[in-house]
Design a protein around this ligand. Structure first.
Ligand SMILES: NC(=O)c1ccc[n+]([C@@H]2O[C@H](COP(=O)([O-])OP(=O)(O)OC[C@H]3O[C@@H](n4cnc5c(N)ncnc54)[C@H](O)[C@@H]3O)[C@@H](O)[C@H]2O)c1
Length: 267
């Protein structure tokens, strides 16, 4: 028996990076899978990769109508939902507040929190009844930026702190029917994490950083020296999404290769 046999799983932001790796892993663990993704090009690539095996819905997680359309398609095809895995996100370019033009700050916060926070809240609301009916689970993605400074700029770190709080509040409100947990990764290989248009950074991606430079920075900070692939996160997400998790709700698992587990950089 595989971890996600008899589970219908939806991954939001599953078009690349973490979400795509988690989606691939869940499929291998027997999930009946749907992926929701804003990028038309990525949605098309997903259809080419998975064919009829996966339901791919293109839409914006911050738009209620798009999420309702996604729900209708999930229910039409699978009749239920057992797990909502939230993986979408955008980065803020790690721009210090003092270097952020005052007139851009308003739009920057609106854009980053719309995707990184409101997107999770809206998707939780739209799929609430389905997850209650299935006694299901939610797994939301935050970041080590929610725990320590310098993992992003003000908007990104605030958004990731808010996701930690969403996990706690949702777990409280939805208990005992739906288990809600979070995952806080550090660096992830093969990420296409993009910047906000409020700073004119929508064309920039994490994958633009030369791989060697990113790896060296990561290794200088983390205890485990392998930069994890998105697929490496698969077993953790799959467990938290599954009915095998009978013991955790309201928790965020820091999955950071030991990055936060040091006070002084001694080597
Ligand atoms: N890359 C890292 O090093 C890192 C570290 C810690 C946490 N994270 C978090 O992991 C998650 C996944 O990031 P990633 O690195 O895989 O980046 P990614 O850009 O490769 O994946 C995110 C996906 O979400 C999609 N998306 C963005 N806005 C959307 C919207 N409004 N509606 C639907 N889909 C949308 C993107 O098109 C993309 O396919 C994010 O929440 C990110 O903050 C990433």
């Amino acid at each position: 028996m595989r971890m996600l046999d008899e589970h219908v799983v939806l991954v939001t932001g599953g078009g690349s990076g973490l979400g795509l790796g988690v989606a691939r892993y869940c499929l291998g663990e027997g999930a009946r899978l749907a992926i929701f993704e804003i990028s038309a090009a990525k949605a098309q690539a997903l259809r080419e990769e998975f064919g009829h095996a996966v339901l791919v819905v293109q839409g914006d997680v911050s738009r209620l109508d798009d999420l309702r359309r996604c729900r209708a398609q999930v229910l039409e095809r699978y009749g239920r939902l057992d797990a909502l895995i939230g993986c979408q996100g955008i980065f803020d370019g790690k721009l210090p507040l003092a270097e952020t033009p005052e007139e851009r700050l308003d739009a920057l916060f609106d854009e980053v929190l719309r995707v990184n926070v409101k997107g999770y809240a809206l998707s939780a609301r739209v799929f609430l009844d389905d997850l209650k009916a299935s006694q299901g689970a939610m797994v939301l993605t935050t970041s080590t930026a929610a725990y320590a400074a310098d993992g992003g700029g003000l908007a990104y770190t605030a958004s990731k702190g808010a996701v930690r709080s969403l996990v706690g509040q949702l777990a409280f409100e939805l208990a005992p029917h739906v288990r809600v947990n979070g995952v806080a990764p550090a660096g992830i290989a093969n990420s296409q994490l993009g910047g906000p248009s409020a700073l004119g950074l929508e064309g920039q991606k994490q994958s633009d950083i030369p791989r060697d430079a990113f790896l060296a920075m990561f290794r200088s900070l983390s205890l485990l020296q392998e930069l994890p692939t998105p697929e490496d996160h698969g077993p953790l997400y799959a467990f938290l999404a599954s009915r095998h998790n009978r013991i955790m709700t309201g928790q965020t698992v820091v999955a950071d290769q030991g990055l936060l587990n040091r006070a002084v950089l001694s080597r």
